[in-house]
Design a protein around this ligand. Structure first.
Ligand SMILES: [Zn+2]
Ligand SMILES: [Zn+2]
Length: 643
């Protein structure tokens, strides 16, 4: 037996015999590590613990403490799920079963759809297999034997996968649980060493699926589950899912009467009165941010001739996502999926000088993207939407200051909504257009801007677009979910395509650089995020109805209307609940509608020009003069107080 050298993460080295399994290295380090080990890195490959070491290598043992372990753990739980399903339903065929960000799933061809009782039985079987502590074992089978095995076993989808993925290979990798009769799957792994490692898992739901996600293919049933290293993490995750369901903007939007949809306009929102107030509050808020920052609001057309889309490149690269129409004189036209090309035409519509730069356009007109109907969902995946879209035309040496100003706007806006956020800088990809020196200069400008605005960021090296580097902003909502909203993208390419020029101080013509930027991103999507972030209980400045006045008896109705009049004249969104119901009932209703203030008025309040104030969040606040309530409410709105 030849000796090989194993290098550990601390730099120390061990001599072992060739063929020694990775698990022996863990055991030699410490019994505790051997016990906690799940998989291991051998050089830059993640492998099973029984992987034999055959050459000098660096080895790092992976335990549940390492972030890469969770994916392996969930993949192993997906195999456990398939083992349980095949044990309980001998005629099913297995599809694929990968880990996901939220857990894992496995697709099956079944004789009848799964029902909730099936999930309970499958989970119980999984638990039984986990308790038995069966080993996961990797085996290399001759390819034709593997194909014959799965074919004979009635697993044509596995046969198809092997044929597609292993062409030219002599052997294919399969994983068993206990033995091939208990469970075997075509899989490259790696996996945890034994089912006993799988502690905290839960099957969550089933859905319809298709082989390879294509509706033309065989229908399947997908079983979703999730898995964590501890029961506590699993419980917290399930509680978050419950909370997310309660906050689902589609549900809350219906309860609060914000918006609705109709099958004859898929992916296009009908904004109801209250939703329209919210929408306009946000779009006007953004105007209030951008106009003082030097932006000009513009409105470009929605339908453009094909020639524009050919110039921008959308005709060749984005046509499938566009709605195309014909004009009465048979011209091919397309609805705009983004505002940029319209802004380039606007820039080019006049002779521009260096004194005009930076020139900043902002536009909120509707955009249309022809998304597949199956992907549409509430406000987050739509076909029609508006953005707080903007394009800044700058000179190369204005990039850093312009981006710094933009980052400060973004910080201020997310701060106003109480959203935490993180920035990512994406730099030159392998395939790029333009000169390396220009890219280096642009990236340095972005870094300077990030530093100058004290914005921490992570680096996504090589993740920029082919036309320029960018900074993206992910916001984190109240449930800890991340959403990419804001973006700042430098673009050297479109000014070329549209032949944009300005006259420099040297009297010569130059190309401007374009900065594509958005803070909300899609207004529709941002509202969906806000609805879930606040669970519909918007802060006063955003609430569609800010106060409801509740008369105790009919004789107080006149005074109630007087109160609404006073509030409305001061700019507050108030209404009176004049229904013939008890005040307590109206309070409950207003509470469910998440109205920030309920103002109860009776004899005393009418006599004293007062209101008895009830806050959605803080309960009864007692009676006070109407003027005092109004002044306090206006101050709360002006400061955009969050609760
Ligand atoms: Zn697998
Ligand atoms: Zn753009």
């Amino acid at each position: 037996m030849s000796q090989i050298t194993v290098t550990l993460p601390d730099g120390s080295q061990k001599q072992v015999e060739s063929g020694t399994p990775v698990s022996a290295i863990a055991a030699a380090i410490s019994p505790r590590l051997a016990d906690a080990a799940l998989v291991a890195w051998v050089n830059d490959r993640l492998v099973d613990l029984d992987h034999p070491l055959s050459a000098d290598a660096t080895v790092r043992i992976v335990t549940s403490k390492n972030p890469e372990a969770l994916e392996v753990y969930r993949h192993s739980t997906a195999h456990l799920l398939a083992a349980a399903v095949t044990a309980l339903f001998p005629n099913v065929q297995c599809g694929i079963g990968p880990p996901t960000d939220e857990g894992f799933f496995y697709d099956f061809v079944v004789e009848r759809p799964f029902v909730p009782e099936d999930l309970a039985a499958i989970e119980a079987k999984m638990r039984e297999l986990a308790d038995a502590g069966f080993a996961y074992e990797r085996q290399m089978w001759p390819r034709d034997e593997a194909i014959a095995f799965f074919r004979q076993r009635g697993e044509p989808l596995k046969v198809q996968l092997i044929e597609e993925k292993t062409a030219g290979q002599a052997e294919v990798s399969v994983y068993t649980i206990k033995d091939r009769d208990t469970f075997v799957d075509f899989c490259v792994g790696p996996h945890v060493p034994a089912t006993g490692k799988l502690k905290a898992f839960k099957l969550t739901t089933t859905s319809n699926a298709y082989w390879k996600g294509d509706a033309k293919n065989q229908p399947m049933q997908r079983v979703y589950g999730t898995a964590f290293f501890t029961q506590k993490e699993l419980d917290e995750h399930l509680a978050r899912i419950e909370e997310a369901k309660k906050r689902d903007h589609r549900r809350v939007g219906k309860e609060l009467g914000l918006f609705t949809f109709h099958p004859w306009a898929p992916g296009a929102t009908f904004w109801l009165a209250k939703g329209t107030v919210l929408y306009n509050t946000l779009s006007n808020y953004m105007r209030g941010v951008l106009i003082p920052a030097g932006y000009q609001e513009v409105k470009a057309p929605i339908v453009f001739n094909k020639a524009l889309w050919q110039t921008s490149g959308h005709w060749d690269y984005y046509q499938d996502n566009m709605f195309l129409v014909k004009s009465s004189d048979d011209e091919e036209m397309g609805l705009k999926p983004m505002n940029c090309p319209g802004h380039f035409l606007l820039f080019g519509s006049e002779k521009r000088s260096y004194r005009d730069l930076p020139l900043r356009f902002h536009e909120q007109t509707p955009l249309h993207r022809n998304e597949a109907s199956g992907t549409l969902s509430g406000l987050t995946r739509v076909r029609q939407f508006s953005q707080d879209d903007g394009h800044c035309f700058v000179m190369q040496d204005q990039i850093a200051s312009e981006v710094e100003a933009l980052i400060k706007l973004i910080q201020r806006v997310y701060g106003d909504f109480g959203l935490s956020y993180a920035a990512k800088l994406s730099t030159r990809p392998d395939k790029f257009l333009g000169e390396i020196a220009t890219w280096d200069d642009a990236e340095a400008s972005l870094r300077r801007a990030l530093d100058a605005s004290e914005q921490s960021y992570t680096l996504n090296a090589g993740d920029g677009t082919f036309y320029g580097p960018k900074i993206d902003f992910d916001i984190t909502d109240a449930l800890g979910r991340k959403w990419q909203c804001g973006t700042i993208q430098l673009d050297y390419q479109m000014p070329e395509r549209f032949d944009l020029r300005y006259t420099g101080a040297d009297n010569a013509e130059h190309r401007p650089v374009v900065i594509h930027r958005a803070i909300f991103g899609s207004l529709e999507r941002f509202i969906g995020i806000l609805v879930e972030h606040f669970a519909g209980a918007f802060p006063l400045w955003l609430a569609p109805v800010q106060a409801t006045v509740l008369p105790i008896a009919d004789r107080h109705l006149d005074y109630a209307r007087e109160v609404v009049g006073t509030l409305a004249r001061a700019g507050l969104r108030a209404e009176v609940d004049d229904r013939q119901e008890k005040v307590n009932y109206k309070i409950r209703e207003a509470q469910l509608q998440k109205i920030p203030y309920m103002l109860v008025v009776g004899d005393r309040e009418a006599a004293e020009k007062a209101v008895a104030v009830r806050s959605r969040a803080k309960g009864d606040l007692g009676a006070r003069p109407l003027d005092t309530f109004l002044a306090d409410a206006l101050a709360e709105i002006a400061s955009k107080q969050l609760s």
